[in-house]
Structure formats: C-alpha cells, structure tokens
Design a protein around this ligand. Structure first.
Ligand code: PMP
Ligand code: GLU
Length: 399
C-alpha cells in the first residue's frame, strides 16, 4: 500500500470566507487599518446574560460529558423555540444539538446521502454546501437564480433539475449570500414540488432572526404534514445571538433521522461543550431584547450600505431583506482597468481592494457567481462608511 491520501479530502477547497477573514485579521494585527467585509460574523459581544450563564456553568462544575446529541433541557428549549417562532412541532427526541450550523448540516448530509445521490443547491449558494455534499459522497447540482428575480430560483427550475438520483433540495432562507427571503407563497410552491417528487428538503434557517421586511418568518416545514415529514430544519445561535465562537447549532427532523444523526455524532465529536450548552439555554430561554437590538443595528447598516452601493459606478446589488450580506454584481467594473491592467476577475478585484485600499471583500466564484462579490455588513456603521468610501474611490479611479 503506498502512502496515498483520501481523494475525497483532496478535492475539498478550504472555505474562502474563512481564509479571507483570517488574512484581514493578520493584516490588522500587523497594524494595517483594514475594513473587513469578509466572513459573516456579528461584531457585537455575546449578550451578557448568556456569558453569565456560561460562567455560572463553569463555577457549578457543569463541565462533564452530556448526552451526545445535547442536554434534555436544551432540547426542550429548542423544541419550545421551534413551536413559538417557527410554528413547528419537534419533540426533544427529534432534535440534535451540534457544534455549530456547519456541523448540523454535515450530520444531515451524512444521514441522508448514499454515493452518487444528487443534492440540488440553488445558486448563488453559501460556499460550504457543495463541499459538504461531496464529502459525504453526494453530487451537488446547481440551479441559478435570475438577477431580475433577486437571484431567487423558481419552482419550475427546481422541478426541471430533479432526476431519479435527486435526494434532497437545500433551501437557505434568508439567503447567504443575497439576503433575499422566500415568503410563504413561494415556499408553498416549492413544497408542492418537493412532496410530488418525494425528495428531502434541507431548510437552513440560520438567519431566521435577521429579517428586515416586517413580514413574519415562514419555515417551509410548517406548511403541512407532507412537507414536514420530508424536511430537516437547521438553525443555530451563531448569527442571531452573536455566538459564532461558541459553536451551537441544531436540527429538527423526523425521529429516525435525528437518531441517525445522533449516532453519527456520538462517534465523532460527541456533545457540544457543556458550557456552551448552558449558554445556549440562556440565549433561548432568557430575554430576547438584545437579539432585537442587534437586528435593528443590522437594519440600519443594511440601508446605509445599500444606498451607498447604488450610488457607485460599475456595480449594482439586490436589496437585501434578511441576513447581513450585500451581493454585488461587478460585471462592469471587471471590464475596466486599474493601473493600466484590466481588472478581469473578482479575485483580482478583491486583491486590489485589499492591497491598495485596505478593504477585504469576498469574491464569489465559490458561491457560483464569478462576477459578484459579497460584502458582510456585520461591522460597525463607522467601519462600513470608511470601507464604502474606499470602494468608491477605487471604482471612481477605474478607466
Ligand atoms: N448556514 C449558513 C447559511 C451560514 O452562512 C453559516 C455560516 N456561519 C452556517 C450555516 C454555519 O454557521 P456556524 O457558524 O454556526 O457553523
Ligand atoms: N458563514 C459565514 C460566512 O458565510 C462564516 C464563515 C463561514 O463559516 O464560511 O461568511
């Protein structure tokens, strides 16, 4: 046997959102005044009541193994949250608590996929979905949302992409990277296609707390028994509660899928760290006013960044309705030149912005839209203003 490595692992690309943020942090540490529109990470501290609960957990010695798929009290809290916020009935034994939303999704794909199973992922997509699917032996299949439709895909597109090999459809609502939201009527039509073709729906609701349209949130699984039976609802505390580093995600699904995921997790990471589980319990059971305050701050930032980008030459963007991303079409900018050379690609554009303008953005080839960049506005208004001034200067200087 020669010393070969896993073909599957070799084909996985590292997460460029994390690479870009790490680079921006490195440059900051070297003293550069970088504005980071990179990874989607709220700039707020985790609310104090949540931190206090964690400290208390440590002091009280809640520092041992818990059941692998989460404590009973946390599953009960998630179950109540599903009921009250999402209008979904998931009993505690239908819930699995995992190490962040990424881990929840990885568990879902490992519970559902056999080699060669196709998973339909609407583009633009969050860059981790296709890699997660491939790691579990599946085949990602993309359908592309039209710009005129706010990058939303249509139920007809979904229907046309379904083959005998289709196992599941991934719905990211609100969307990373566009911030668009699928409302109840859209979801009803998707549910019809999903049920008719008897495939699973993986509904990633990570940004469900960050909505700016005033419309109530609809979870696709709440639309009827048949879609409920086929959906795995995924969410977590990273974004809405500003808890990215704590690593708490969760799923609601059928009991059968939950027990498969629990078994997989019991042989990999085991439980989410016990202290973070106590913190998550306080997040869900405690006062929710800090979530609302953060949402309002994001909304203010959203309006500002959208207004600024709309006033700039050679770029345009869809108005985000949720999450904290602006998805920006740079096609015209790419045709222009900077310092005598055509900009050409969003990779080049991001490099110029970082090297010459101290601004980090995410080029979106890995999100399925090579001519676009993504700006995360989960940073302060002052930072956004400074960053937008710099981007404007760059664009105004293009020939
Ligand atoms: N889903 C979406 C749509 C995301 O953008 C992210 C990125 N944070 C996740 C899931 C994973 O979140 P976590 O940080 O909890 O792993
Ligand atoms: N999900 C966030 C993003 O899209 C965090 C980084 C990552 O996990 O990819 O930026």
């Amino acid at each position: 046997m020669s010393l070969t490595l896993s073909e599957k692992a070799k084909h996985v690309k590292p997460s460029s959102t994390l690479v870009i943020s790490a680079r921006a942090k490195e440059l900051k540490a070297e003293g550069r005044d970088i504005v980071g529109f990179g990874a989607g990470e709220p700039d707020f501290n985790t609310p104090e009541n949540i931190c206090d609960a964690a400290v208390q957990a440590i002091r009280e010695g809640f520092t041992k193994y818990t059941p692998a798929s989460g404590t009973k009290e946390l599953k009960e809290a998630v179950s109540r949250k599903f009921k009250n916020f999402n209008k979904l009935d998931y009993a505690p034994d239908q819930i699995v608590i995992s190490n962040g939303g990424k881990h929840s999704l990885t568990n879902v794909f490992s519970a559902l996929l056999n080699p060669g199973d196709e998973v339909i992922i609407p583009a633009p997509y969050w860059l981790s979905y296709p890699e997660m699917v491939k790691l579990q032996g599946g085949v990602p299949v993309h359908i592309y949302g039209a710009k005129e439709n706010g990058y939303r895909i249509t139920p007809d597109q979904l229907q046309s992409a379904i083959t005998k090999k289709t196992k599941a459809f991934v719905l990211c609502n609100p969307s990373n990277p566009t911030g668009v939201i699928y409302g109840r009527e859209d979801l009803e039509k998707f549910a019809e296609v999903i049920v008719k073709n008897d495939i699973y729906c993986i509904s990633d609701e990570m940004y469900e707390n960050l909505l700016y349209t005033g419309e109530p949130y609809t979870s696709i699984a709440s639309l009827g028994q048949e879609i409920y039976d086929r959906t795995i609802t995924c969410s977590g505390l990273s974004k809405g509660y500003s808890m990215t580093g704590w690593r708490v995600g969760y799923t609601g699904s059928s009991k059968e899928i939950a027990s498969l995921m629990g078994a997989v997790q019991s042989h990999s990471t085991s439980n989410v760290n016990s202290i973070a589980q106590k913190a998550a319990l306080e997040a869900l059971n405690g006062p929710q006013d800090s979530v609302e305050k953060m949402r309002q701050a994001f909304d203010e930032r959203r309006k500002y960044i959208y207004k600024r980008i709309c006033a700039m030459p050679y770029v345009d963007a869809a108005e985000p309705q949720g999450a904290f991303y602006l998805f920006c079409d740079c096609t015209e900018a790419l045709k222009r030149s900077y310092k005598g050379q055509e900009v050409g690609t969003t990779g080049n554009l991001a490099t110029i912005l970082l090297n010459d303008f101290d601004v980090a953005v995410v080029p979106c080839p890995d999100f399925g839209y090579p001519n676009h960049i993504r700006l995360s506005y989960a940073i302060s208004l002052e930072q956004i203003e400074k960053g937008m001034d710099r981007i404007e200067k760059f664009l105004n200087g293009l020939k």
